[in-house]
Ligand binder design. Sequence first.
Ligand code: GDP
Length: 432
Amino acid sequence: QPVLAVVGRPNVGKSTLVNRILGRREAVVQDIPGVTRDRVAYDALWSGRRFTVLDTGGWEPGLEGLPGAIAAQAEYAMTHADAVVVVVDATVGATSTDEAVAKVLRRSKKPVILVANKVDDERLLADTAALWSLGLGEPFPVSALHGRNSGDLLDAILAALPETPKENFGPTGGPRRVALVGKPNVGKSSLLNRLTGENRAVVDSVAGTTVDPVDSLVELDGQVWRFVDTAGLRKRVNFASGTEYYASLRTKAAIESAEVAIVLLDAAEPIAEQDLRVLSMVVDSGRACVLAFNKWDLVDEERRHQLDKELDRGLVRVPWAERVNVSALTGRSVRKLAPALRTALDSWDKRVSTGQLNSWLSDLVAATPPPVRGGKQPKILFATQAQTRPPTIVLFTSGFLEAGYRRFVERKFREEFGFVGSPVRISVRVRE
Ligand code: GDP
């Protein structure tokens, strides 16, 4: 999605303006001179269009001094954003720092909107006019604090940003939520970059900063998807030893906030313990799942045979997951991910009516009855799909059903009703 950067000196009201743009009231971070902040990205929505707001707040008065730091901020904004808002304090006028920023931005080919902030009443409009001197076009008077003109400003911002792709809403009312997970170095950030296009990989987050969980909206195959919690993926983070625990917590959190996970595996290497742990997290969470074997460009005939053998043993928990062989490097088959995600989510959402379920099940049980236990033949009395997301079948029985038979029922159920890419849970209630 398009990116808007907001730049300006400390104390001009940047954070307040960012909050206005985001439509929230509380100040996230105050503009206190000397406080170091990092670039922070937020999701904004206005008139049905989504964009990212990059709050380039970090400054470190010191070595190069404030003007240098803010000019560097502007440079960053210019290269990473689709449009730049530069905020100036109309009650103060253009300072030398503002001029340094303006000088950088005048070189920009991207649209620049000059915002004259703190124009709390009409009398300050004259001060606004003085800001023409910055050479950034007409100053846009607003009061971020009182909200004056902020609707007009948002309209101007939308006009300056490139068109956003049309959203395709899932049953939850937003783009479907996707977690991109896998062990380190499997190619997650490479794949994300491939999917979003290089110039969208914009967010730097530095350890120790409180950053909102940042998602990426990605258009694949004519549909917009929300890749959750991608802030950490966009930048190469060199994990020091001992942080694997946190990496795994992060993976878990991403899976849990998603509806479907793309589990990325390295096709060039043997399936590892760590891959299986990630897979288990996905299955246990009940999310839908697509397996993507990355680095397929490195796979030769021999490795391919080897992999076939590993799959039989390695993927016992997810025989139902669709597999896609991709290369983030070359882009191979990356387009196949969207149909696989759709299939998985269709199954995840799907409900089989109680009538259909029971008529199918009675035929199945008649042909292959559950194994006798303790001299007794357990009967399946009734079945119902109690839940979707993931599909959960409750079997009411007259006795214990062995795990093997439950797996058999699950497999046949998948075949009959076409459940692919989603866990199906079978729960048994024994009626005495
Ligand atoms: P992450 O830790 O999962 O985010 O992994 P990265 O995206 O940083 O990738 C790790 C390394 O694998 C980098 O050196 C990438 O260039 C490389 N890589 C990623 N995808 C591919 C691929 O499809 N083929 C090959 N040959 N290398 C890849």
